[in-house]
Design a protein around this ligand. Structure first.
Ligand code: ZN
Length: 284
């Protein structure tokens, strides 16, 4: 199966009140682990690729890995640019074979965010590529992107509705209290914002910073209307812990397969757990 836009599965998630996971890809083992977990549970999913990961893997390898996963599993998989910062990078990804892009204009003024997002939507839709926008600022650190918790501002429902109507995005990330990276304490999720925005528009509401959010809070966010949830840090933590364990036990290990295999297995378990939690088992 070729890579598909998020519109191939997010409307079903909205109708069925479950969420589809975005799992970020950072290398071959991430791609394999995510694809294997989704295949075992017959779930659609989204490969998220940040600009930092894109720089690390190279755009050709990134697209090739995602296409190989789609071909090998037969699952509906979207290859999605995560937190794209400008028009050019979005176009570069679409040209290279991405089936979905996010434009994060949340650091711009509200009016500029609308204007810039709209430009990308126009081109992306002409190419059959889905677009995610962002409103409000999500705290924490992802790649070079860092937002102080106190500067993170929640999305305003009235603005979200206008943003959707004017831009025509297919999915909307709204800041509701989650953060990128791991949490020091428990996050405080504003379910009422998710509920109000999700009820006011037909598109998917996206929860960023899904790593480390307690399961019951994720369930409540889905109940409130979140239908796409992003996970990256938990896979990174699980993979690194597995590698550290192998290397810490035996200083003579030099074959990367000896520590990357347990890292990959650890990520399979993380992703399977999330797919079950999100309710997308058997929805491919
Ligand atoms: Zn994010």
């Amino acid at each position: 199966m070729p890579l598909v836009s998020m519109n191939e599965f997010l409307p079903q998630a909205k109708a069925g009140k479950y969420a589809v996971g975005q799992f970020n890809m950072n290398n071959l083992e991430f791609a394999q682990a995510i694809a294997q977990a989704a295949k075992e549970l017959n779930s659609p999913f989204i490969f998220g690729v940040s600009e930092g990961a894109l720089k690390y893997m190279g755009i050709e390898y990134t697209v090739a890995l995602a296409e190989a996963a789609a071909k090998q599993t037969g699952l509906p998989i979207a290859l999605h640019l995560d937190h794209g910062s400008n028009f050019d990078v979005a176009m570069k990804c679409i040209r290279a074979g991405f089936s979905s892009v996010m434009f994060d204009g949340s650091h711009h003024s509200f009016e500029d965010n609308i204007r810039l997002t709209k430009e990308i939507v126009k081109v992306a839709h002409a190419m059959g590529v889905s677009v995610e926008g962002e409103l409000g600022t999500i705290g924490g650190t992802e790649d070079d992107l860092s937002v102080d918790e106190e500067n993170a501002s929640l999305a305003k429902p009235a603005e979200a509705i206008r943003f959707y109507e004017e831009t025509g995005v297919d999915a909307l990330a709204i800041a509701v209290g989650t953060a990128h990276g791991m949490y020091a304490g428990e996050p405080h999720i504003h379910y009422n914002i998710i509920e109000e925005v999700a009820a006011a528009m037909p598109i998917s509401i996206v929860l960023h910073g899904g790593s480390g959010v307690p399961d019951d809070m994720i369930k409540n966010a889905i109940k409130a209307g979140a239908t796409k949830i992003n996970v990256n840090t938990e896979n990174q933590v699980a993979a690194t812990a597995a590698i550290r364990e192998v290397l810490g036990k035996d200083a003579k290990v030099y074959d990367p397969r000896k520590y990357l295999t347990p890292a990959r297995n650890a990520m399979v378990e993380v992703v399977k757990g999330k797919i079950e939690l999100f309710g997308s088992v058997g929805k491919a």
